[in-house]
Write a protein of this length. Structure first.
Length: 412
C-alpha cells in the first residue's frame, strides 16, 4: 500500500510542504540573527540555523529517495532525522529558556528603573509643591502684612478726620447761628458787609456746607468700613483655630476684590454679587487661611466672567456671582459660590485641584490657588470642596465645613 503511486504522491507533497515551512523558518532565523549584539546569544541561534539547513537538506533527500523508490535508505535517514530533530528541539528549548530568562531580567530591571524614576519624580513634584506652597504662603503673609499696614496707616488720619467732623459740624452750626443773630440785630448793615455777603454767596454756603459735612462723614464711614474689611481679611493678630464668622470673611474678601467686581469685559459691566446668607453661628476654623480659599474661588469666578464677557456677542446677560450659605443635615455648613461665566469642561474639572494645573496663560496663574484651597479645606479643616460646571453656562463650588470643634485634630 505504501508503494502505491497515490500514497507516494501524498508523502512527497507533505515533504515538500514541510521543506517550504522549514525554508520560511530559515529565512526568519536569518533576520533574527541580525538583531543580536551579544555573541553568546547569536551563537545559539546560529546552531539552530545550521540545523534548520540540515533539515531542509534532509527533506530534499527524503523526497528524492521516495520518488526514486530507494526505500532501503529511508530507515537510516529517518533515524538521523529523529536524532537531529531531538537535538534541534533541545537547542530550541535552551535558546527559548535563555531568551526568556534574559527578557525577565530586563523586565525586572525596567520595572525597578521605572519604580525608581516614579519615586524620584514623585519626590521632585513633592519638593516643588512644597516650595511653591511655601512661596505662596509667604506671598499671602506678605500681602496680609501689607494690607494690615495700609489699613493701619489709613486708619490713623481717617480716625482723626472722623473724630473732628462732629466738632466741625457743631462749630459751623454755631457760626451760622451767630450770623443769623447778627442779621436779626442789625438788619441794615454797612455797604461793605452787604458787598461781602453778595460776593461770598452766603445763602448758598448756608445750604451747601451741611451737605459737604454729611458727604465727608459718609466718606470717612466708608473708609472705616474698608479698613475694617482689610483688617478682617489679613487677621495678622490672630493665629490658629478659633470661633469665627464665615460671613465676615466672605464680606472682607469681596471688599478686597471690589476693584475687579466693578468692571467686567470690554464694556466694563459691573458684576452683580447676590448674597443669600443663612442664619449661621460662628464655627471653629482658622479664619485667616479660610479667607484665602474665598479669595481664590471668587477671583477665579471673576476671571471666568471676564473671559465670557470678552467673547460674548450679547449684552443682555448680567455677570453674576451668587454666594449662598446654609446648614446641612450632617452637622455641617454649606457654602455655594456660583457664577454664570465661561464654565469648565469635564476634563478640566477633574484636574482643577491638582497642583500646578492651570488653564490660564503663562504668567497669569501658578496652578496652586485651588490646590492650596483644597488642602486648606480638606486637610486642615476636615471639610470638602467640589466643583460642578457646564461650559458656557457657569461653575459652582460647594464647600462644606464641620461645625463642631473636632477640627482640633487637624490643627497639627
Amino acid at each position: 500500500m505504501l508503494t502505491s503511486s497515490v500514497v507516494l504522491s501524498i508523502i512527497v507533497t507533505m515533504i515538500i510542504l514541510g521543506a517550504g515551512i522549514m525554508g520560511l523558518c530559515i529565512f526568519r532565523t536569518s533576520k533574527i540573527l541580525t538583531l543580536f549584539e551579544i555573541e553568546a546569544d547569536r551563537s545559539s541561534w546560529q546552531i539552530m540555523y545550521r540545523l534548520m539547513i540540515f533539515f531542509l537538506c534532509g527533506y530534499s533527500l527524503l523526497a528524492y529517495l521516495i520518488s526514486a523508490k530507494l526505500f532501503e535508505w529511508i530507515p537510516l535517514l529517518t533515524g538521523m532525522v529523529f536524532f537531529l530533530g531531538a537535538l534541534f528541539v533541545w537547542f530550541s528549548v535552551n535558546v527559548y529558556y535563555r531568551t526568556l530568562n534574559r527578557f525577565l531580567q530586563i523586565q525586572d530591571k525596567y520595572r525597578a528603573a521605572k519604580e525608581n524614576a516614579e519615586t524620584i519624580l514623585f519626590q521632585l513634584q513633592k519638593v516643588q509643591q512644597s516650595q511653591l506652597q511655601s512661596i505662596h504662603r509667604e506671598t499671602m503673609l506678605a500681602l496680609g502684612q501689607m494690607v494690615a499696614g495700609v489699613a493701619h496707616e489709613i486708619n490713623n488720619p481717617v480716625s482723626f478726620i472722623e473724630g473732628n467732623l462732629g466738632y466741625v459740624s457743631s462749630y459751623t452750626k454755631n457760626l451760622l447761628d451767630l450770623l443769623e443773630t447778627y442779621a436779626s440785630v442789625y438788619p441794615n448793615p454797612d455797604s461793605k458787609i452787604i458787598n461781602a455777603i453778595a460776593s461770598s454767596d452766603l445763602e448758598f454756603i448756608k445750604l451747601d456746607f451741611p451737605n459737604i459735612l454729611n458727604s465727608m462723614e459718609a466718606g470717612t464711614t466708608r473708609i472705616s468700613e474698608i479698613v475694617q474689611s482689610l483688617s478682617s481679611f489679613s487677621r495678622l493678630n490672630e493665629t490658629g483655630f478659633k470661633k469665627a464668622d464665615i460671613h465676615e470673611g466672605i464680606d472682607s474678601t469681596l471688599t478686597i476684590l471690589s476693584h475687579r467686581l466693578n468692571s467686567c469685559g470690554r464694556r466694563t459691566k459691573h458684576i452683580a454679587v447676590i448674597k443669600e446668607y443663612g442664619e449661621i453661628s460662628k464655627i471653629y476654623c482658622n479664619p485667616r487661611i479660610l479667607n484665602q480659599v474665598f479669595f481664590h474661588v471668587i477671583n477665579n469666578a471673576i476671571d471666568a466672567l471676564n473671559k465670557k464677557a470678552a467673547t460674548s456677542q450679547t449684552e443682555e446677560e448680567i455677570p453674576t456671582i451668587r454666594i449662598c450659605t446654609s446648614y446641612s443635615q450632617k452637622n455641617e455648613i454649606n457654602i455655594q459660590i456660583t457664577d454664570n461665566g465661561s464654565g469648565i469642561s469635564k476634563e478640566v474639572c477633574k484636574n482643577i485641584f491638582r497642583p500646578f494645573f492651570t488653564t490660564k496663560p503663562v504668567g497669569q496663574g501658578t496652578g496652586l490657588g485651588l490646590s492650596i484651597s483644597h488642602q486648606i479645606i480638606v486637610e486642615q479643616h476636615g471639610g470638602t470642596i467640589k466643583c460642578t460646571s457646564t461650559e458656557n453656562e457657569g461653575a459652582e463650588f460647594i464647600i462644606t465645613l464641620p461645625i463642631d470643634e473636632s477640627l482640633k485634630f487637624y490643627q497639627s
